[in-house]
Design a protein around this ligand. Structure first.
Ligand SMILES: [Mn+2]
Length: 324
């Protein structure tokens, strides 16, 4: 009997789905009776994946950075920044095992694994199609509209809420096992999953109401200040759900470790974007991506955060007006 340890991206729907899909593949292609164990990995700046995380038999990393350890048997990732160093990348390029795969063109690691296992190993998993489809929607933020992303009606999105907020490993590992032979609706109906979802969904609903109270949309730019509330983990699509006609969003929030300005572009806006938000935030010491960026301030520097948010919002409004 083969032994396999699956190291997966923790608290992430795509990471958990990748672990489930690879496990199914392994049982069908390598050993139907394989003893499989799971271990979640989280991002820590510049940190290597420690040797102690690997099992003493076969190991796979899914949806997470490469490791040059000789204990690593399989690897699948789709992140742009998949290597911690040029040495790691060179190690991967020289690999002759034929069991390590990287393609940043994929929106989800789950879909990438399904593609490779079918093309390279001729293993098809039609029973997992629903999971693969949703992992690609979620990890690629390809929601058809803000309503889908916020109302969380689909079983996959309910499960996403639970996975992103749960830190008990046994609970997550049970979900990974269940996903291999049950539908998403069945997994969500499990009493342990359902009770957690109900608590998280109540918080989610509360955060929508707070946002409804605190946000306004001026000249195509949503402004909100939720620094008076404990709202660090709110769903980022709520503002666009409340103001579908908006183009940008500039928000102020506060947690115990920082005051924060979040700047985003409405993914469903039909107006062409003109601003690189990362560049805009860099002027204040922040950064990010062209469509979503942020600036962190010290927890007590809330006034500086508010001033920066006002300036950025004013600039975005002026530019929208000028382009009309
Ligand atoms: Mn991923």
């Amino acid at each position: 009997m083969k032994k396999l340890r699956v190291l997966y991206h923790d608290n992430c729907f795509d990471g958990v789905s990748s672990a489930a899909v690879f496990s199914c593949f392994y049982k069908r292609h390598v050993d139907p009776d394989a003893a499989i164990e799971y271990e979640g990995l989280t991002h820590k700046a510049g940190q290597l994946i420690g040797e102690e995380l690997f099992g003493d038999s076969e190991n796979v990393i899914v949806d997470f950075k490469y490791s040059a350890s000789q204990r690593l048997t399989w690897w699948f990732d789709h992140h742009e920044s998949a290597f911690l160093s040029p040495q790691d990348e060179a190690h991967f390029r020289q690999d002759k095992s034929g069991l390590k795969f990287h393609d940043p063109g994929y929106k989800s690691c789950t879909k990438f694994i399904a593609y490779i296992t079918e093309k390279v190993f001729s293993v098809q998993m039609p029973d997992l199609e629903e999971l693969i489809y949703w992992a690609d929607i979620i990890d690629g933020a390809q929601f058809p509209d803000a309503r889908t992303a916020v109302e969380l009606k689909a079983p996959a999105l309910k499960l996403m809420l639970v996975i992103e907020a749960s830190h008990q490993r046994e609970f997550i590992h049970k979900i990974i096992q269940d996903l291999q032979h049950r539908t998403l609706a069945q997994v969500v109906d499990d009493p342990a999953v359902k009770s957690r979802f109900d608590v998280l969904y109540a918080h989610h609903t509360e955060s929508i109401e707070i946002m409804r109270k605190e946000a306004k949309c001026i000249g195509g730019v949503i402004e909100f200040d939720v620094s008076a509330y404990d709202l660090d983990g709110y769903n980022k699509f709520i503002p666009y759900y409340l103001f579908p006609e908006s183009v940008y969003c500039v928000g102020v929030s506060r947690s115990s470790v920082r005051s924060k300005v979040s700047v985003g572009t409405n993914p469903w806006s039909k107006r062409p974007r003109q601003h690189n938000l990362a560049k805009l935030c860099e002027k204040y010491g922040g950064g990010g991506h062209s469509v979503v960026a942020a600036i962190s301030f010290k927890p007590d520097a809330i006034d500086s955060a508010r001033a920066a948010a006002r300036e950025i919002s004013g600039k975005l409004q002026a530019d929208l007006k000028a382009s009309q």
